[in-house]
Structure formats: structure tokens, C-alpha cells
Design a protein around this ligand. Structure first.
Ligand code: FAD
Length: 454
């Protein structure tokens, strides 16, 4: 019998439009494997919400594989050691995978490539990160010209259907038991809201997409309104690779009409990968280096109030509570909440990045860091620091009354006008931790002093 081929899965937990499976199945028997690496130094450990998602996504992929005569092998440890051991045990000579661009995955791919024949394929982005270059061949730093160049290369190749069956090896190697990985929270079990909201896995992604497509035409009008279902909520599915961006592009584009804004958001996802390819430390270092000297405040009380949704600003608190309950937050509200932490509280954006990393089900190294640096004004392409979002103005502007009512029950009895900025605060709702005018003046003064020094 032909020796088997390993498919090394990471954030590409799908069967459809998965080039690694296509290439491996063409060569003979396939051994799909997921390696949980909590050992390698500098391998950023997945946050708690992501680990919850991962558990169910792996279970779903295993069930889908079993319907095709295959199964998912689970192993723990350093990728290069685990994959080399697996190859030795099974006689596999080649490993196929999709390429990933987080610095630790690039290191892992290098290490695996040194000990095995590693074949890397494109598939998790619209275009391979690093391939969209300026006229002089350099990488783009700014989103708009990047998007123009990317769009000119679209559409992506048509997506491949999932294989009907996958050739199995003569004998299956041993696998860990998923439950033994303890990816799910137990004491306390804080994942109830996430279970209600999400169905991790390829079928869950397909359902989300089917629900969104009829609304794709009105995306540009509704995407900024947190009280309505205006966006796709596909971000965790995209992050874990349960749907390919190419499949999404074709499905949306086939709808016709004005889906350009939606496709442009997918472009931001590609853009973020291009940024971390150029600046791998993007989550830890401001792109504008002078910001390393910025006088951020050390304010554990303020940070905790922000994390717990107890700032006294209804729109900020609604967002932070939605995040805690469901592992997701509406994009407009993410921008408001991020601005509040950075400008109103003058807390280092990296604290926010870390909190989102731990609590978002779509926590993504590139997208999270790029958006935090955008909000802070520290990034290569970013909002200016002195642009301070006023939460009490943003809230009525984007019609957030229904959203606040859902997530801040203490305010649910207030009418659509008073709910954004209650003049008489219900006793159960926390007082404002800082006044808006005072916070704004403090932020501008800190910026001014820092700027003068620089
Ligand atoms: P839709 O509006 O339906 O957009 C479709 C897809 O495009 C999304 O699923 C996502 O993959 C991509 N996308 C949309 N907006 C952006 C964006 N600004 N940057 C990059 N990709 C985008 N997104 C993440 O996927 N992971 C993160 O860790 C993350 N952290 C963020 C942190 C901050 C402070 C902010 C302001 C934004 C962050 N975003 C992040 C971007 C954005 O908020 C989410 O992608 C979006 O809310 C997901 O909802 P959706 O799937 O309904 O998006």
C-alpha cells in the first residue's frame, strides 16, 4: 500500500476548499492531525474563549471526517517533534498544510520543514500575504492602496467542494482524547452565552453564511448599527478556517448588488496579515516607535471597570458585557470601547489587546493588533490619537438603544432618548468612572506634553 500523507491542520478546520486535503488525497491515504502546542516558547497561547471554540470545531471536523471514512488525530507538544514522531510511526513521508502568518506559525513551519517534506498551500486569505506589492515591489503599509491592488487581483480561484471520501491508512495511529485537553471551562462554566450564540464548525459556518447572504445587499447601510443583525458574524468561523475567504467572496459576489463594502472588510482581514508579515511584533510594539514613551496611566481599577462593563457609559458597558457573555462584540462598539480604554482612561492599548485576545471567539493575532493600533493612533495606518470618540454621541448616532437594552438590563426601562446618557442614573447602574470633558482634556494634555517632548 502507498505510504500515507499527513495533513497538518491549524486555523483551517474545514474540508471544503482546503488545498492541503486535495493535495494529500491525490497522493494516497491521508492522516489528518491537529497538534496543540502549549510548549514552544513564544508560541502565543490561545485565549480562553478561543480554546472553547477550538474544542467544538475539532469535534465537528472529526465527525465530518468520520462520515468520509477518515478521522482526526489529536496530539500535543512541539509541532516539529510531534509531526516527526507521527511520520516515523506511520511511514508518512510528506506533510501538507495551509500557510499561516502569525510569527509562531512561521517558526513552526520552518522547524517542521527542517525535519520533514512540508508542502505549504495557499487558502486562508484572498491572496497570499506578501504577494500584493507596490509598483516597486515593496509591501503596502496603508490599507486603501493595498485594497485597490488586492481587488484588482480578484476574484479568487473558484472554491473546491469537500471531498466525498478520504483514503484511510492501513492502521490509524493513536490519538489523544479531546476531553483530556481541558479546553472547556468547568469551574465556573462561563460558556453558556457562547453555547447559545455559536455553532463552531464547518456546518455552523455554512448556516451563518446562508443566513447572511440575503442581507448582504443592505450590509453597507446596516453594518454600523449594533441593534440590528447587520453584519455576517462570520469572524470566528473565518478565524478558525471553517469557511474559506474565497468561498465567501464568490457567494457574496454572486448575489450581485452592492456587496463591495462587505468584500472590502474581507480585504481588511488580508491587510492585517500583510502587516504582521512585515512587523511580526505588532501586538507588542507600537509601529510609531515614539509611542513607547507615551505616558500611559497605570489604573487597575479603571481597567477592571472597563473589562467588567461597569464604566457608567452605557454603550461601552453594553459592548464589554456582550463580549463577556458571547465572546463577540459588534465592530462599531469595539471601536468605541477601544477608544474609551485608550483615550478616556489613558490605559495602554496592549492591555485591551490582551483582554480581547483572551475573551473573543474570533481573537486573531493580526486583526486584533492592527485594529488596536488603529484605535490607539500608534499603527502604520491608524486613526490620529487626538480623534477621541465621544461614547455619548456615538450611541444615539448609531441607534444603539436596543443594543443597550439587551446588554445593560439596569437601563432597560429607559426610553430611546434617555438610555444613551441617563440624566438620572438608576441606583443599580455604576456611576461614571470619569467625566467625558475631563477625560478628553486629560488625554489631549498628555498627548500634547508627549508630542512636545518628542
Ligand atoms: P463583517 O462586518 O460581517 O465582516 C466580514 C469579515 O471581514 C469579518 O468576519 C472579518 O473576518 C473581516 N473584517 C471585518 N472588519 C474587519 C476589520 N476591521 N479588521 C479585520 N478584519 C475585518 N476581527 C477579528 O476577526 N479578530 C479580532 O481579534 C478583532 N479584533 C478587533 C479589535 C478591535 C479593537 C476592533 C475595533 C476590531 C477588531 N476586529 C477583529 C475587527 C472587527 O471588529 C471584526 O472582524 C468584526 O466585528 C467581525 O464581525 P462580522 O463577522 O460580523 O464582520
Amino acid at each position: 500500500m502507498t505510504s500515507p500523507t499527513i495533513v497538518w491542520l491549524r486555523r483551517d478546520l474545514r474540508l471544503a476548499d482546503q488545498a492541503a486535503f486535495v493535495a494529500a488525497a491525490a497522493a494516497g491515504p491521508v492522516i489528518p492531525v491537529y497538534v496543540l502546542d502549549d510548549e514552544t516558547p513564544k508560541h502565543r497561547r490561545m485565549g480562553a474563549a478561543s480554546r472553547w471554540w477550538l474544542h467544538y470545531s475539532l469535534a465537528s471536523l472529526d465527525a465530518d471526517l468520520r462520515k468520509r471514512g477518515s478521522r482526526l488525530i489529536l496530539r500535543r507538544g512541539r509541532c516539529e517533534t510531534v509531526l516527526a514522531d507521527l511520520a516515523r510511526e506511520t511511514g508518512a513521508a510528506t506533510v501538507h498544510c495551509l500557510r499561516h502568518y502569525e510569527p509562531w506559525w512561521r517558526n513552526a513551519e520552518r522547524a517542521v520543514g527542517e525535519v520533514l517534506d512540508l508542502q505549504r498551500h495557499h487558502g486562508n486569505y484572498l491572496a497570499p500575504p506578501g504577494s500584493i506589492t507596490t509598483g516597486s515591489g515593496g509591501p503596502y503599509k496603508i490599507y486603501t492602496p493595498f485594497w485597490r491592488a488586492l481587488e484588482a487581483r480578484m476574484p479568487p480561484a473558484a472554491p473546491q467542494p469537500a471531498p466525498q471520501s478520504l483514503p484511510a491508512p492501513a492502521a490509524w495511529p493513536a490519538s489523544d482524547n479531546l476531553a483530556d485537553w481541558n479546553l472547556l471551562p468547568t469551574t465556573p462554566d462561563w460558556a453558556g452565552g457562547m453555547r447559545d450564540e455559536w455553532t463552531p464548525g464547518e456546518a455552523g459556518a455554512a448556516d451563518r453564511l446562508a443566513a447572511f447572504l440575503p442581507r448582504a445587499r443592505v450590509y453597507s447601510e446596516r453594518r454600523n448599527l449594533p441593534s440590528v443583525s447587520g453584519t455576517s458574524r462570520l469572524s470566528p468561523h473565518l478565524h478558525f478556517g471553517e469557511v474559506s475567504p474565497a468561498a465567501l467572496w464568490h457567494a457574496a459576489a454572486e448575489r450581485g448588488g452592492s456587496v463591495g463594502t462587505f468584500l472590502g472588510e474581507l480585504g481588511w482581514r488580508d491587510y492585517a496579515q500583510n502587516v504582521i508579515l512585515q512587523m511580526p511584533d505588532y501586538a507588542g510594539k507600537p509601529a510609531r516607535e515614539a509611542f513607547e514613551e507615551f505616558p500611559w496611566r497605570d489604573d487597575p481599577v479603571g481597567l477592571k471597570a472597563w473589562q467588567q462593563g461597569c464604566t457608567g457609559y452605557p454603550i461601552v458597558d453594553a459592548g464589554m458585557r456582550e463580549l463577556w457573555a458571547t465572546g463577540w462584540m459588534h465592530n462599531r462598539v469595539r471601536m468605541i470601547a477601544a477608544s474609551f480604554l485608550i483615550k478616556h482612561l489613558l490605559i495602554d492599548w496592549r492591555e485591551g489587546e490582551r483582554w480581547f485576545w483572551d475573551t473573543l471567539v474570533d481573537a486573531d493575532y493580526g486583526s486584533n493588533a492592527v485594529n488596536w493600533q488603529w484605535s490607539a493612533g500608534t499603527g502604520v495606518d491608524s486613526n490620529m490619537f487626538v480623534r477621541i470618540m465621544a461614547p455619548l454621541t456615538q450611541s444615539p448616532k448609531f441607534d444603539a438603544a436596543g443594543y443597550i437594552r439587551q446588554w445593560v438590563p439596569e437601563l432597560a426601562h429607559l426610553d430611546d432618548t434617555r438610555i444613551h446618557d441617563p440624566d438620572v442614573r438608576p441606583r443599580a447602574y455604576p456611576p461614571r468612572i470619569v467625566g467625558h470633558a475631563e477625560a478628553r482634556a486629560r488625554a489631549l494634555a498628555a498627548y500634547g506634553e508627549w508630542n512636545d517632548r518628542g
